[in-house]
Design a protein around this ligand. Structure first.
Ligand code: B12
Length: 236
């Protein structure tokens, strides 16, 4: 299901070059913006506060084959392989283009979802994951580039928020332990269920609530990819 939305397109040649480098790894630019004056910003290249940020991520499971190829050359017991792969790719591009690089799992956590809302005008779904007008819930962030100068993107035209059109909200009705509700995400209930005797469908096919979403079906991660993410989320 597509709304015809296109991600905020880079306006300068430098960003198009950056995007081409990432494309070889199944990664895409997820928009960016210039920080406001006086806003607390992360440190950019050269040690001064960054002037702008560009998010790097994925639509659907596009990076998976690239990641798998790389994974085969790594030690079997490598910890956090997807984070390690992401760093290897994104640090390399950052070095070549003279930018800083930061990562979503790096502590203290940087506000990746808030940045994504600014960069692409996205809004949260009832699950907490941001809803994208084309990719639905099937997208993520692998890192961000920090620039010492201003980056130029096409102006955003308020993308449609598909959750506001969704009447049945199947995403709030499919989890056997109701882990997602108006009260937020019951992390411990989710974990106990996924790890327990009745958690097999979640372990092998991914989150039942996320899979119940009717949008972005062309981008839905294959079961094996969802199983990989679920295993790392639940520490299986
Ligand atoms: C800690 C964390 C978790 C924790 C707690 C989340 C929480 N209560 O905040 C746990 C382990 C529960 C979790 C679970 C999941 N997470 Co998580 N998580 C993070 C992480 C690393 C830090 C969040 C944070 O504190 N940020 C700092 C604050 C200051 O940033 P912020 O943007 O202002 O904060 C926003 C979030 O906290 C969000 N939020 C608040 N409550 C919740 C609850 C949930 C479940 C989520 C997803 C977000 C969320 O609202 C804030 C404003 O938008 C982020 C990456 C990041 N750096 O943000 C990923 C991130 C939010 N998670 C993500 C994902 C995909 C998941 C999972 C699906 C697991 C997975 N990887 O497969 C599940 C979601 C379960 C579900 N409901 O379906 C993605 C979301 C991508 C998207 N499309 O929006 C992120 C951005 C990581 C990424 N690499 O892309 N997550």
């Amino acid at each position: 299901m597509s709304s015809g939305h296109r991600p905020s397109a880079p306006k300068d040649q430098r960003l198009r070059d950056v995007a081409n480098r990432f494309a070889a790894h199944g990664l895409i630019l997820r928009g960016g913006f210039v920080f406001n004056d006086g806003e607390a910003t992360p440190v950019g290249p050269g040690g001064a506060p960054a002037k702008s940020v560009v998010l790097v991520g994925q639509a659907g499971a596009a990076p998976w084959p690239h990641f798998m190829k790389w994974r085969q050359r790594q030690p079997h017991d490598l910890e956090n392989p997807l984070d390690t792969w992401s760093r290897e790719i994104i640090d390399g591009v950052a070095a070549d283009f003279g930018t800083g690089a930061v990562y979503p799992s790096e502590k203290p956590y940087l506000p990746f979802q808030r940045w994504a809302m600014r960069a692409e005008g996205l809004k949260p779904s009832p699950l907490g994951i941001l809803m994208h007008p084309e990719y639905g819930l099937w997208h993520a962030y692998r890192g961000a580039l920090l620039f010492a100068d201003e980056v130029l993107f096409e102006e955003l035209h308020d993308p449609i928020h598909l959750c506001s059109l969704c009447v049945g909200k199947p995403c709030l009705k499919s989890c056997p332990v109701d882990a997602c509700s108006a009260d937020g995400f019951a992390y411990q209930s989710c974990l106990a269920h996924v790890r327990g005797a009745k958690g097999e469908p979640c372990r092998t096919g991914g989150c039942l609530d996320r899979n119940a979403c009717p949008y972005g079906l062309d981008y839905r991660y294959p079961a094996k990819v969802q199983a990989f993410h679920m295993a790392s989320f639940a520490g299986l």
